[in-house]
Design a protein around this ligand. Structure first.
Ligand code: UDP
Length: 329
């Protein structure tokens, strides 16, 4: 039996595939390669190129492979883009998941681990955020992820499918081998943008707002290493395989860093002065997002192993300095 990783050529998906293969799991990857990279797919995984909105494609994977469970990363994930082109997000994230679930039900596949997001909460009512806190997304991306969670819930009730939804905070870092890492085009995430400065690809990094109600006025986020996220997916699949009920877990370190602190740490790691320029706030950014991951720790037995920000940035730097253009030659 194999695990099917949808979106296994993307950032978090590819790192999860590496962790699964390391554990000796038989892995099948499906990806439409719209934002994913074929070079990121582990050579030991069997790869199918196609789109989850295409029922014939999804059916064909389930018919060719013996799939025990699905880990689902196949979605668009940029907050800004989701505000400019909301229907793209409804189409890929929601219509795609609907087709996937129809096919899973038809093929009797009853376990799915799903990448959700802190964006399901919107402006938090308190920090650290608990899974039971109010969910009121402030952007289309978060709204579609929340709607996907509900789709799993109701499909589960009707058809006996069980799911684990993992609400990530700020994914970052790279595989310690330096073989795979983060590669978005265009890049919009803080750590890769900071590292473009010592890489000679940009003059400075922008700080989006320094007048927030935080210790230095810049936004606070909970940065969590991509390999720690990968481990959580494996534990979540084990949890479902042991017959446990559907569940939702936050994944973060429970520690917040300001944008200025992240830049300062990157200066230390790279030895570069990294010029930073104060810029206007970015629309839709909450001042602080910090996870309580106590539930993932106690129920799944999850233990983040790369919690130190300096170590996280060092793994990212190891990837970016050797792959300044991502996977492009
Ligand atoms: N940020 C910034 N400058 C940038 C990109 C991001 O100041 O060039 C800030 C952003 O406002 C947020 C934090 O860095 O507070 C993390 O942003 P990112 O886009 O990496 O992740 P998000 O929090 O949106 O998931």
């Amino acid at each position: 039996m194999a695990i099917l990783v949808l979106g296994g050529a993307g950032y978090i998906g590819s790192h999860t595939v590496y962790a699964l293969v390391d554990r000796g799991v038989d892995v099948v990857v499906a990806d439409n390669l719209e934002t994913g990279h074929i070079e990121a797919v582990h050579p030991k995984a069997r790869f199918y190129q196609g789109d989850i909105r295409n029922r014939a494609f999804v059916d064909s994977v389930f018919e060719q492979e013996k799939i025990d469970g699905v880990i689902h990363f196949a979605a668009n994930s940029l907050v800004g883009e989701s505000m400019v082109n909301p229907l793209k997000y409804y189409d890929n994230n929601l219509c795609g998941t609907k087709v996937l679930l129809e096919s899973m039900v038809a093929h009797g596949i009853d376990k799915i681990v799903f990448s959700s997001t802190a964006a399901t909460y919107g402006e938090p009512e308190r920090v650290p955020i608990l899974e039971t806190d109010r969910t009121e997304p402030t952007n289309t991306y978060g709204e579609t992820k929340l709607a996907m969670e509900k789709m799993f819930k109701w499909t589960g009730k009707a058809h006996g499918l069980r799911y684990v939804s993992l609400r990530y905070f700020n994914a970052c870092g790279a595989h310690t081998s330096g073989q795979i890492g983060e590669a978005h085009n265009p890049e919009s995430h803080l750590i890769p943008l900071i590292l473009q400065v010592p890489n000679g690809q940009r003059e400075s990094v922008s700080i989006f707002g320094d007048d927030y109600d935080t210790k230095d006025g810049t936004c606070v986020r909970d940065y969590i290493h991509v390999m720690d996220l990968a481990q959580a997916h494996i534990l979540a699949m084990d949890y479902l395989a042991q017959g446990n009920e559907s569940n939702i877990f936050n994944l973060g370190n429970g520690v917040g860093f300001t944008v200025k602190e992240v830049i300062e740490t990157a200066r230390k790691v790279t030895g570069d002065p990294i010029k930073a320029v104060i810029s206007p706030r970015r629309a839709g950014d909450p001042a602080q997002l910090i996870a309580s991951s106590e539930k993932a720790k106690s129920v799944l037995g999850w233990k983040p192993e790369h919690a130190d920000l300096e170590e996280i940035i060092a793994t990212a730097w190891n990837w970016h300095k050797n792959h300044p253009n991502g996977y492009a030659k």
